[in-house]
Design a protein around this ligand. Structure first.
Ligand SMILES: Cc1ncc(COP(=O)(O)O)c(C=O)c1O
Length: 396
């Protein structure tokens, strides 16, 4: 399962599939089965003692899921990968597997809303502490990491919804000195644009619902690491026992989506760059958050650790919430919806939608205003997208 031999485009189509299926079908079959049959009790013993990697029950392993998992491991340059029923199943299972009562997790101050809820509301019920930091400022981390109860650092980069870019190598090298594990949500970048395991991360997580799928028809998640022993524990003690398993049909759709990941990402990024430039020069737009703009605070860092700037843009218009609502109500091509990474351009208010679970104080402290709009730039013709936002902004 090494990526070095082939390019990314080849690996997203072929990576990690070693054997032909029994019927020589070009596409991976959907093994829509809950259980698997043993030949005899010797076979049972071999499988149960991990001498054989044959499957037992789909809530632990399934051949269709294995192809998806192996491909994700190759694309992220990891050695093991586990599929989950959603990004949140992956995130909660990984956090629970790495933390125990009286441990502490350090998180970046902006996180996807449900992740914020897990960290700030659910983990404390199990006596797991958290601290929210500005991880774009490594000095804050240098101070916080001295606390010996810190066991995990968790962040998204770019972060949802304000696109803050965190220096993966700097965080990981500091974490390494203190024996702290770094877990990175790579959903916004996809493995095509950024591979955190190569920069020292311990686990990478995706909401596969987004760019990995690419078509908005699956809810799924995946975790990838280079620590195979840990991943065995994550699979059998957490994914399987807590039960957040992916369905074989969803794995099949994700294998299908992955084949065009790089092509889609190139177009997503190209469209996002053009739309961000259009918004930045528009007189009614007061602020644009997009790591590809030279005016963005972490532009240089994004250029260093990503091979493209992604396709999520957040922005503010003059007149605040009242006028931002007029804009969202006026777009025609862009659809008002949560989620991201689909072919369709989506627009939403994070404070009222994806990040509604944040408490008001945190929203204000972390600069997530009620009037911030977030766009997931799709694959439509860029002229049409610009025309759509242009007419919507004219409503102000
Ligand atoms: C950055 C990020 N991580 C994780 C998730 C959660 O993923 P899922 O909806 O697949 O559970 C989301 C969902 O929007 C997200 O944006």
């Amino acid at each position: 399962m090494k990526i070095q031999k082939f390019g990314f485009d080849t690996q997203q189509i072929h990576g990690g599939s070693h054997a032909r299926n029994a019927e020589n079908a070009l596409n991976t079959p959907i093994y829509q089965t809950a259980t698997f049959v043993f030949e005899d009790m010797d076979h049972v013993d071999r499988v149960m003692s991990f001498e054989s990697s044959d499957c037992v029950y789909t809530r632990g392993n399934n051949p269709t899921l294995k192809v998806f998992e192996n491909r994700m491991a190759v694309l992220e340059e990891g050695t093991s990968s586990i599929a989950f029923s959603s990004g949140m199943a992956a995130i909660s299972s990984v956090l629970l597997s790495l933390l125990k009562p009286r441990d502490k997790v350090l998180v970046h101050r902006t996180l996807y809303g449900s992740t914020y809820n897990v960290v700030t509301k659910i983990l404390p019920r199990y006596d797991i502490e958290f601290e929210m930091l500005n991880l774009t400022n490594i000095v804050e981390l240098e101070e916080a990491i001295k606390d010996s109860s810190v066991k995990v650092i968790y962040f998204e980069t770019p972060s949802n919804p304000n696109l803050e870019v965190i220096d993966i190598e700097a965080v990981c090298s500091l974490a390494y000195q203190y024996d702290v594990k770094v877990v990175i949500d790579n959903t916004f970048a996809s493995p095509y644009l950024q591979r955190p395991l190569t920069m020292g991360a311990y686990v990478v997580i995706h909401s596969a619902t987004k760019y990995i799928c690419g078509h908005g028809d699956v809810v799924g998640g995946v975790a990838i690491s280079r620590d195979d022993d840990y991943m065995m524990e994550l699979r059998f003690d957490y994914m399987s026992e807590l039960g957040g398993v992916m369905s074989p049909f969803d794995a099949w759709l994700l294998i299908r989506g992955l084949k065009t990941l790089s092509l889609r990402m190139d177009r997503h990024v190209e469209n996002a760059m053009a739309l961000a430039e259009f918004l930045e020069q528009h007189p009614k737009v007061t602020k644009v958050y997009y790591p590809g703009l030279a005016s963005f605070p972490q532009y240089e860092l994004a250029k260093k650790q990503m091979s493209g700037f992604g396709a999520i843009i957040s922005f503010e218009v003059e007149g605040g919430l009242e006028y931002a609502k007029k804009v969202i109500n006026a777009v025609r091509l862009a659809q008002i919806a949560v989620s991201l990474g689909d072919c369709e351009t989506l627009i939403q208010f994070p404070a009222a939608m994806t990040h509604r679970g944040y408490n008001q104080e945190d929203l204000e402290m972390f600069g997530l205003s009620a009037s911030m709009l977030r766009i997931s730039v799709g694959l439509e013709s860029i002229e049409d997208l610009i025309a759509d936002f242009s007419q919507a902004l004219d409503v102000i």
